[in-house]
Design a protein around this ligand. Structure first.
Ligand SMILES: [Zn+2]
Length: 415
């Protein structure tokens, strides 16, 4: 499969880009289409690396707009868990397709997901054409560790061998829903199978207090003692990490994904200490969290919240530069997330966006600043993954059907 983009703008220069079999073969002013290529005339649109959403529960788009003003526990106990108990395969599939549609439309091409029936998530990601690392939430219910272990092994089997676009993760839900024994067991399994671990950590101060009371140490030190703080581990949230934990996380090469919109909506009361994390050398990514607690998967919108929250919390407008925030959102500051180390170069995966350079929010001023503070997903014109055009001219071919089917599934669940 060969695709050539002509007349795109990169760093102020008109360039062409040619993709062969999912990889960028050439990029530069002299690159032109060859006979038989699929071609796109970008018409001066801006060529950009795509965004990486480091923490999602994709199928929770079905729960959007439901109970959003409740405190966390009533929200989970009254609105989420009773409905999740009734989920069918097609609920997860169409909820995830809706999430994927939103991500394609707002420039995200890769995400890290934690949700039930992961083979349905995988099917939706495959059909949508995106990339994802997928794990099923692992919890010890009623203290029966054998049940969780069986579920963990079964989830890896059901997802099968990693492919070029979809890979497995082990996703222990949190340190307060999985026992110490089980966490240690998961660490061993992850090491043996060489799969990443995706876990919520240090989201609320209560979680930290409970951890110190139960184990005599803070959450990052606790995970480290259990063998779970490695370069294959992704920690979602990290709001309450202290300086010693950040040093330890940096030393272990572990990634933290901050989810500013979800943290603010659930009112956790603090902001992930990004300047301290950067100073310590922690790998950092950006996530939306699930639509149940955010409710949007537009990472460009959350990028603005991320930068604003950091500046506001530090009482310092220089706390984070626009280029720095943009690098976090594209996965450039966290190799584990899987973005190309050098995107938009020959040999890299053919994953990229065309942005409307003449959009009112991008036309004037510095691009990085506009992308962080002025733009939202609507500036994305074209989304390409592995050399395949998923959206062109802002038109997603199956959008109407996806919305209708997801709405049908949400109604069936009484949402
Ligand atoms: Zn989450």
């Amino acid at each position: 499969v060969r695709l050539t983009i002509t007349d795109a703008v990169l760093d102020g220069e008109r360039v062409g880009l040619r993709c062969v079999d999912g990889t960028i073969e050439a990029i530069g002013p002299e690159v032109a289409a060859q006979p038989g290529d699929e071609t796109i005339d970008a018409g001066g649109a801006l060529l950009s690396p795509p965004l990486v959403n480091g923490h999602t529960h994709a199928a929770m788009t079905l729960f959007r707009g439901s109970g959003g003003d409740l405190p966390l526990m009533p929200w989970l106990q009254e609105r989420i868990w009773p409905v999740e108990a009734k989920l069918e395969a097609d609920d997860v599939y169409w909820g995830t397709r809706l999430a994927c549609a939103e991500m394609i439309r707002s420039g995200t091409t890769r995400f890290w997901d934690m949700y039930w029936q992961l083979e349905q998530t995988a099917r939706a990601v495959a059909d949508a054409g995106l990339r994802a690392t997928i794990g099923e939430p692992l919890m010890d219910v009623n203290g029966d560790e054998a049940v969780m272990r069986e579920a963990a092994l079964a989830s890896l089997d059901r997802l099968g061998a990693p492919g070029p676009r979809i890979g497995p993760a082990l996703a222990p839900h949190a340190i307060y829903t999985v026992t110490e024994n089980s966490l240690r067991w998961i660490a061993e399994l992850a090491a043996e199978r060489q799969v990443p671990v995706h876990i919520h950590l240090s989201e609320t101060s209560q979680e930290v207090q409970d951890c110190v009371a139960a184990h005599g140490e803070r959450p990052a030190a606790y995970l480290d003692r259990l063998g779970l703080l490695t370069e294959r581990t992704l920690l979602a949230h990290g709001v309450w990490l202290d300086p010693a934990e950040l040093d330890l996380i940096a030393e272990r090469g572990t990634t933290v994904v901050t989810n500013p919109a979800a943290n603010m909506k659930l009112a956790v009361g603090a902001v992930f200490p990004y300047p301290a994390a950067r100073e310590a050398g922690v790998a950092v990514g950006l996530g939306t969290d699930g639509a149940g607690s955010n409710d949007s998967l537009d990472l460009l919108a959350d990028l603005k919240l991320f930068a604003l929250a950091q500046k506001h919390a530090a009482a310092d407008p220089t706390a984070i530069a626009a280029e720095d925030a943009w690098a976090v959102a594209t996965g450039a500051r966290a190799p584990l997330l899987g973005a190309a180390a050098a995107p938009l170069r020959p040999g890299a995966d053919a994953d990229f966006l065309l942005l409307r350079g003449d959009d009112s929010n991008l036309a004037i001023g510095e691009l990085a600043s506009n992308l962080v503070y002025a733009a939202a997903g609507a500036v994305v014109d074209t989304t390409v993954v592995a050399g395949r055009v998923l959206m062109r001219g802002g038109e997603l071919p199956e959008l109407e059907e996806i919305v209708a089917r997801a709405r049908e599934r949400a109604r069936r669940l009484g949402l």
